[in-house]
Design a protein around this ligand. Structure first.
Ligand code: BMA
Length: 339
C-alpha cells in the first residue's frame, strides 16, 4: 500500500465491511443492501439519492423523498450507525433569511457539506425550471434557504469541503429544460457563496467509455487526499430502453481542481443487483454522499438505486487511487478553460 492518505478527521464508527475474498473490483457493495426500502415513512414512497454526514457522535442526513403524491421533497434523518435511519415523515420546512416560509416547489438530489460550523445543502430545485437550490442549517432543525446560486437549468451541485485559493468552489452540470441528453461538469468560484464566477469546464462526457457517453454529473462532496480531490460522479449511457446510470471517479488537482489528473476509463459500479436494475426507474446507481475515515482510508459511498432505495458500497482510498492511476483515460476537453 502507498502512503496516500485522506486529509481530514478520523471517523472510526463509519459503516464498514472488508472486501470479500471473491471481489475483483475496487468497490464492493454492503452485504445487506438496500439499507432503505419502499415506503420508509407514512407519507413517502421512495427515499434515494440522499446525503449523510457525521453529526454529534452519530450521523445526520438530508434525504430525497418522493412522496405518495409523486413529488420529491427533502427530509431530515438521524442514525447511530449510518445504516439504520430514522427519517422524519414531515418534509423540511425551509424559511428565508428573514424567517418567512420559503418552501421549494420540489427538491431532489441533495448534497451536504460542513463549512466551519454550518451545514450547507445544495439540491435541485424549481426556479422556473430545474436549478440549484442552496440552504443551510446548524442543528438539522431549522433550515434557511439562501439565494439560488445559478439561473436555470442546472443540476448536480456539489460544494467542496473547504475554500481553495480563498474561494468556495461549486461543481455543477448546466443543461437544458428536459431530461437532458447532454451535460458536462463545470466548476465555479465564490468569495461568499452568493456571487459566482471564474467558471471552468472540468470534465466532459464521452471518450471511449460509452457508460458515460450521454452526460455526467458530480456526486458526493469531493474527498481531500494527499494526491488530489477524489470525486465520485455518475455517468449516463443512452440505450434503447432508456438511460443507464453508473458510477466512476476522478482525481482533481488539489490547488487547481479544474484540472483532472486521473479519471476512470471503465465504470466502478453499474446496475447489476436487483435493487439497482429494478424499481421506480430501473438501472440507476446515483452516488450522493460518502463517509470517510482519514485514519484508515476507508470510504463508505451512499448511492441511490433505481430511484427507489438507498444503498452503500465501500472502497479504500489507496486501493482505489492506485487502480485509477492504472486505468485512467482523460477526455478531450477535460480541464478546458471556457472563455
Ligand atoms: C436524473 C435525476 C435523478 C434520477 C435520475 C434517474 O435526472 O432526476 O434524481 O436519479 O435522473 O431517474
Amino acid at each position: 500500500m502507498t502512503s496516500l492518505k485522506i486529509i481530514g478527521s478520523p471517523l472510526p464508527n463509519l459503516p464498514w465491511q472488508d472486501r470479500p475474498a471473491t471481489e475483483t473490483g475496487v468497490i464492493w457493495r454492503h452485504d445487506a443492501n438496500p439499507i432503505i426500502g419502499w415506503n420508509p415513512t407514512p407519507k413517502t414512497a421512495r427515499v434515494f439519492n440522499s446525503a449523510v454526514i457525521p453529526y454529534q457522535g452519530g450521523f445526520a442526513g438530508v434525504f430525497r423523498a418522493d412522496h405518495k403524491h409523486g413529488k420529491a421533497l427533502l427530509h431530515v434523518g438521524f442514525s447511530a450507525d449510518g445504516l439504520h435511519w430514522e427519517i422524519t415523515d414531515e418534509e423540511i420546512h425551509w424559511v428565508d433569511e428573514q424567517g418567512r416560509p420559503y418552501p421549494p416547489n420540489y427538491a431532489y438530489d441533495p448534497r451536504l457539506v460542513k463549512l466551519d460550523d454550518t451545514y450547507y445543502i445544495v439540491w435541485c430545485t424549481d426556479f422556473g425550471g430545474a436549478a440549484l437550490g442552496l440552504g443551510m442549517t446548524k442543528d438539522f432543525r431549522e433550515f434557511v434557504r439562501l439565494e439560488n446560486p445559478f439561473v436555470p437549468f442546472n443540476r448536480n451541485g456539489v460544494l467542496f469541503p473547504r475554500k481553495v485559493n480563498g474561494n468556495y468552489l461549486l461543481l455543477s452540470r448546466p443543461s437544458d429544460s428536459g431530461h437532458t441528453p447532454f451535460g458536462d461538469i463545470f466548476l465555479s468560484e465564490s468569495p461568499d457563496l452568493t456571487y459566482w464566477g471564474k467558471h471552468k469546464r472540468v470534465m466532459t462526457r464521452g471518450g471511449s467509455g460509452w457508460w458515460q457517453g450521454t452526460k455526467i454529473g458530480g456526486g458526493p462532496i469531493p474527498i481531500e487526499t494527499t494526491e488530489g480531490w477524489l470525486l465520485f460522479y455518475h455517468g449516463v449511457s443512452g440505450t434503447a430502453n432508456g438511460f443507464v446510470y453508473s458510477m466512476g471517479a476522478a482525481l482533481l488537482d488539489l490547488e487547481s481542481p479544474s484540472q483532472v489528473l486521473y479519471r476512470t476509463r471503465d465504470y466502478l459500479l453499474t446496475p447489476e443487483k436487483p435493487y439497482e436494475t429494478t424499481g421506480f426507474v430501473p438501472n440507476v446507481v446515483f452516488p450522493c454522499a460518502t463517509l470517510h475515515d482519514a485514519a484508515t482510508g476507508r470510504i463508505a459511498i451512499y448511492y441511490g438505486a433505481a430511484d427507489t432505495y438507498v444503498a452503500v458500497a465501500y472502497t479504500q482510498v489507496a486501493l482505489l487511487i492506485e487502480y485509477m492511476k492504472n486505468n485512467s483515460e482523460l477526455n478531450p476537453g477535460d480541464g478546458e478553460l471556457v472563455r
